[in-house]
Ligand binder design. Structure first.
Ligand code: AMO
Length: 436
């Protein structure tokens, strides 16, 4: 026999002053209870928001009152009542309780204050992540993330990209060997993928334009506010484009995402007190050498060829508050697959997309010539033989191509104005956290 499932007439956020006088039924979690003696307020929360349910004790039978006394925070309840305009309530409206059923109980006392009134540090919050996420401000971030992902997919389709899925279990590193997670793979050794790099490059020879959105893994030793061991990368690769072409795609994607988030998530943005403005195109473009000069002018020297450290990026970020590109990094500071400049092989056709001091994406034109790729592998101390499976693809018609990888969580940090990446990941993983 089929179960009798609870059903509601309205979601909490749909209870509006226009419904004054009508009867509604709601289902949700008890967010908070305020008892003022003769009157009691139950704040009922569902996925849409919070609605005030008012208990006027004088009019209610004893049996119902006893049931209400028994209710506690985070219990799942079914409520029926009459809608009444109430300028003092948060939505200008309340539901006068007539009936309540407890559908599932929460334990007492709760280990964590869901309302956010008792402030907790990030570690305590993450230890109780499911309760932490019930706070509307915290889950608003993930509703915005949902729109970001949908907007990205929409944008890629509009621009003729095909969504692909590449392996997470691989045999060779692409983004530097140190940050690899090793896995036992039957009788041999394999690694968790750090990026879809080589596969996305190979796939341009079939689909010309591909994108992938998925989790990648890096054994990051340093514990920072912008690194985790499992992150989501939004990747593209496109044949017959160079760095300039894919930079344009990237900045147009960012603008498209802003527009969609503003259109679809105004409620969530308001909850988070964020006034999002679509950034202007084109984003400013600077070269690595420009930035080195800027650093020097600020009294911070960096040897040519070295990558920027946090202290350098902080200084650059003070001057460049919004989105900007840094292009043409020294070849030796970039991975083996990045194309060196024809007129000066010390420099490469590479770029990073920055927001203030945070790197959001990196990419560039790729090497499309097998001999040059082999040379670069050797220069970086890598074993050419281990890459044979990849190199042979270059024998069958490899066009010029370019692409980038954009960190979804880094972009979210910017969009929702959080300074710790763990705030924008449901269940973050880092060196010190493998649960929940
Ligand atoms: P890169 O290594 O710069 O490039 O990574 C691309 C983007 O991914 C994000 N990212 C991370 N986010 C959180 N935690 C981490 N540990 C982490 N590591 C990386 C960042 C970064 O800018 N294959 C190239 C991309 C390409 O050239 O197409 C790559 O992986 O936002």
């Amino acid at each position: 026999m089929r179960r009798n499932l609870p059903s509601r007439s309205h979601y909490a956020a749909e209870v509006k002053p226009e419904l004054d006088g009508s009867r509604v039924s709601l289902i949700g979690w008890v967010h908070e209870i305020r008892d003022l003696g003769g009157i009691k307020f139950i704040l009922l929360r569902d996925v849409s928001g919070i609605c005030q349910v008012t208990v006027r004790k004088e009019n209610l039978p004893q049996q119902l009152l006893e049931k209400i006394e028994d209710i506690g925070s985070e219990d799942v309840v079914y409520v029926e009542g009459l809608v009444k305009n109430q300028p003092k309530a948060r939505l200008g409206v309340e539901v006068i309780l007539e009936k309540i059923d407890i559908l599932s109980r929460a334990s007492r006392p709760l280990p964590y204050d869901v309302t956010g009134k008792v402030s907790a540090g990030i570690d305590t919050r993450l230890d109780h992540r499911i309760l932490d996420l019930r706070n509307p401000e915290n889950n608003a971030i993930f509703k915005i993330a949902d729109t970001v992902l949908a907007a990205a997919r929409e944008f890629f389709r509009m621009n003729n990209f095909i969504e692909v899925r590449t392996p997470r279990i691989i045999v060779t590193a692409t983004e530097g060997g140190a940050a690899l997670f090793e896995v036992k793979y039957f009788d041999s050794k394999a690694y968790l993928a750090q990026s879809p790099q080589l596969y996305k490059e190979e796939l341009v020879t079939v689909f010309e334009r591909v994108f992938e959105i998925g989790p990648f893994f890096r054994a990051e030793e340093s514990h920072t506010r912008r690194h985790v061991s499992e992150f989501t990368s939004i990747d593209i690769e496109a044949a017959f484009l160079d760095l300039y072409g894919v930079m344009e795609i990237l900045e147009r994607l960012i603008v498209h995402i802003y527009k969609r988030v503003i259109e679809e998530r105004s409620k969530e943005l308001e909850l988070l007190s964020i006034d999002l403005k679509v950034p202007e195109l084109p984003f400013p473009r600077y070269t690595y050498d420009d930035m080195l000069k800027e650093l020097k002018d600020s009294g911070m020297e960096l040897e040519w060829g070295e990558d920027f450290g946090t202290e350098h990026l902080r200084i650059l970020g003070e001057k460049h508050k919004g989105y900007y590109f840094i292009t043409h990094f020294p070849t030796k500071s970039k991975p083996f697959y990045i194309q060196p400049c024809e007129d000066n092989p010390e420099l490469s056709e590479s770029f990073d997309l920055m927001y203030s001091w945070i790197e959001l994406a990196s990419g560039g034109t790729r090497i499309s010539d097998r001999k040059l790729l082999e040379k670069r592998l050797i220069e970086q101390g890598l074993n050419v033989k281990a890459f044979e499976y990849h190199l042979k693809v270059y024998d069958y018609g490899m066009p010029i191509h370019a692409g980038w990888g954009l960190g979804l969580e880094r972009l979210l940090m910017v969009l929702v104005n959080k300074n710790n990446i763990r705030e924008v990941i449901l269940f973050p993983r880092d060196k010190f956290r493998l649960t929940p």
